[in-house]
Design a protein around this ligand. Structure first.
Ligand SMILES: NC(=O)c1ccc[n+]([C@@H]2O[C@H](COP(=O)([O-])OP(=O)(O)OC[C@H]3O[C@@H](n4cnc5c(N)ncnc54)[C@H](O)[C@@H]3O)[C@@H](O)[C@H]2O)c1
Length: 266
């Protein structure tokens, strides 16, 4: 079969992606559509969702949604099913980090990161699974920080470790329906969320030194793994976490505290 006739690895599938308006989620939406899927996108930022319609037309259905709000996540899933039918794929991608030492921590900020990264993922799994065909695939987005600690990132590290465990529990609970649940754990990926790292001298260099490949990653490289996990090619893969970190798990996380202190001193 020629490339022009290739039906795509996700043809006739319906996917849900949270946080699909930017960065890694946007790259997943782009790749899923190019592989033949129709994609329901939930994101807090309505302006980013409008841009998706310009780029993808009727291949996407978008819903403004805060994944920490259960009623909104339920609405996202039901609206998605109404638009494109039951899901075959769901990606719980929305998340964010933050920096601050525990002794200085603002507990509302700590709770906010846990709420988004852990509760948001749980709610996405809950309602997506209820709206999913048996035999579907759920992908969560954890982080290198789910296993590699960083001083100053207590909430994010704890939350992403939680995502890895939540993924395994969900795989155990949903396996009887043939639903697979796997986590992706990216290292440093260049997205709007990591722009701050690129602004602090020395941080990105340290990230790169700590990988085996000597570079940071691109959102498209995370999306490539998501396609594999979403597709039938990974039919016997579940309850696993896959690093996309250029080998960063072999090193140690950059010394952000030192880098920020250097920056403060000018
Ligand atoms: N970029 C990296 O280096 C990196 C590394 C490891 C893990 N991750 C994880 O990858 C995921 C995506 O990160 P990114 O770098 O693409 O970030 P990003 O900021 O570029 O995109 C995140 C998207 O999520 C949306 N979002 C934020 N809060 C939301 C909420 N409450 N409800 C719905 N949508 C919400 C934002 O509007 C945005 O469109 C996150 O879970 C992040 O923790 C990123």
């Amino acid at each position: 079969m020629s490339e022009a006739q290739d039906p795509g690895r996700l043809t006739a599938k319906t996917a849900l992606v949270t946080g699909g308006g930017s960065g890694i989620g946007l790259a997943m939406v782009r790749r899923f559509v190019s592989e033949g899927a129709r994609v329901v996108v939930g994101d807090l930022d309505g302006s980013r969702l409008s841009m998706l319609h310009d780029e993808f037309g009727s291949s996407v259905h978008t819903v403004v949604c805060d994944v920490t709000n259960e009623a909104q996540v339920e609405h996202l899933c039901l609206a998605g099913v109404e638009a494109f039918g039951p899901f075959d794929i769901a990606v719980a991608n929305a998340g964010r980090g933050g920096y601050g030492l525990i002794v200085d921590a603002d507990v509302s900020e700590f709770r906010s990161i846990l709420d988004l990264c852990v509760t948001g993922v749980m709610l996405t799994i809950k309602h997506a699974a209820r709206c999913m065909n048996d035999g579907g695939s759920i992908v969560t987005v954890a982080s290198l920080n789910g296993t590699q600690p960083s001083a100053g990132m207590s909430a994010y590290c704890a939350a992403k470790a939680g995502v890895i465990m939540l993924t395994q529990v969900a795989a155990m609970e949903l396996g009887e329906r043939g639903i697979r649940v796997n986590a992706i754990a990216p290292g440093l990926i260049q997205t709007p969320a990591t722009g701050g790292f690129f602004d602090v001298p020395g941080v990105v260099e340290e990230f790169m030194d700590n990988t085996t490949l000597g570079r940071y990653g691109l959102p498209e490289e995370v999306a490539a793994l998501a396609v594999f996990l979403a597709s039938d090619e990974s039919g016997f893969v579940s309850a696993s976490t896959f690093a996309v970190d250029g080998g960063g798990s072999t090193g140690r996380y950059p010394q952000l505290r030192r880098a920020f202190a250097r920056l403060a001193q000018g």
